[in-house]
Design a protein around this ligand. Structure first.
Ligand SMILES: [Zn+2]
Ligand SMILES: [Zn+2]
Length: 353
């Protein structure tokens, strides 16, 4: 029997609304109406993300407040628009936070993350219901496999970015890879890089994160908070101190970008993944790039293909997702969640409406 659209007319919901930097309020608002190509999802689990932290502190140049805070989530469809064909109420789903246009030069050449008209949404998750816009419904909304929980599924988007990053890093069996940063992204990198058969050295300033990195299989976890020269320290753990085969930056600080470049061996590859504040610059020794023939690349976002691969990794249990979701709170405790996020406590925090 087909399940009907839920009647939510005149119903209200709890939502954490972002009004500007450091101004989030928990409010009772109307359940949103959906358009003919849209889907309404009852959020079952949402997760915090480094982007939420940045947005809380500084806002976001692409999005004007007010909007519902949070962007990583999974849930149940409760309503579909009249033109939506592949989805129906009752389905468990997870959505990416963007959709490529499929028609621009970059999409046509398969580089969807570089899409000129990339539709991005970074809001809506810390609420009881969320609208999935038509562009995402048609390209990046996926049913959740039975074996996957809502919380696990909510990890999809950041994991897809990491899957993209690892694919671009050309890692070989037996490589030594250094990852700078053991936050949620660094710890996901650690796990996916290990699947490629490499040995991982990871650095961070927080002991709690490094401990978790060791539990997740890091070969060396280095606390750089009291170390004069992190580059020298990392090189010590590579063969003949020649440097890592691949070096990945997962922090988003210009200084760490520079250090990451200095950690790679001759002919190695550097993946500068962490987004820095706009307007910042780094300096690189031209001689170093020339004589050591290194490759330096940026990797941004994900594509529908990476989204599907990431969901496979989650459903195959190839990734320890539970260790990454360190805390769980209800939506009414959102201010505790924000405080923890600001203090870098925990890795991912689940918010359950
Ligand atoms: Zn995120
Ligand atoms: Zn495009």
């Amino acid at each position: 029997m087909k399940i009907k659209n839920l009647n939510l007319k005149n119903k209200t919901m709890k939502a954490a609304i972002f009004y500007g930097p450091r101004q989030v309020r928990l409010e009772e608002v109307s359940v949103p109406y959906i358009g003919s190509d849209e889907v309404l999802v009852k959020v079952r689990a949402a997760l915090t993300c480094g982007t939420d932290r940045k947005m809380y502190l500084r806002g976001h140049h692409l999005f004007k407040p007010p909007f519902v805070f949070g962007h990583e989530f999974a849930g149940d469809i409760v309503k579909v628009g009249s033109k939506v064909n592949n989805f129906e109420p009752g389905m468990r789903v997870v959505a990416a936070n963007s959709a490529p246009c499929n028609t621009c030069y970059f999409c046509k050449s398969g580089n969807y993350s570089l899409c000129d008209n990339l539709f991005i949404r970074l809001s809506g998750a810390f609420a009881e219901y969320i609208i999935i816009p038509g562009a995402i419904v048609s390209k990046n909304l996926l049913p959740i496999p039975k074996s996957v929980t809502y919380k696990e599924a909510a990890l999809l988007e950041p994991l897809a970015c990491v899957v993209h990053g690892v694919e671009e890093s050309k890692i070989n069996l037996g490589d030594t890879v250094v990852i700078n940063g053991a936050g949620p992204i660094g710890l996901m990198y650690l796990q996916v890089v290990k699947l490629k058969g490499a040995r991982v050295i990871i650095t961070d300033k927080l002991e709690e994160r490094l401990k978790l990195a060791l539990k997740l299989g890091a070969y060396k976890a280095i606390n750089i908070s009291h170390i004069q020269d992190p580059v020298k320290e990392v090189r010590k753990f590579t063969e003949d101190e020649r440097g890592a085969d691949v070096a990945i930056e997962a922090v988003g600080l210009p200084k760490v970008w520079e250090q990451t470049i200095a950690m790679v061996r001759k002919g190695g590859l550097v993946n500068l993944f962490g987004g820095c504040d706009s307007g910042t610059k780094i300096s690189i020794d031209t001689k170093l790039i020339h004589y050591s023939q290194m490759s330096i690349k940026g990797v941004f976002h994900h594509t529908p293909r990476h989204i599907k691969r990431a969901l496979s990794l989650i459903s195959y249990k190839s990734i320890d997702t539970n260790s990454l979701i360190t805390h769980e709170f209800s939506l009414s405790e959102i201010f505790t969640v924000i405080e923890m996020m600001l203090a870098h406590k925990g890795i991912k925090i689940a918010v359950i409406p």
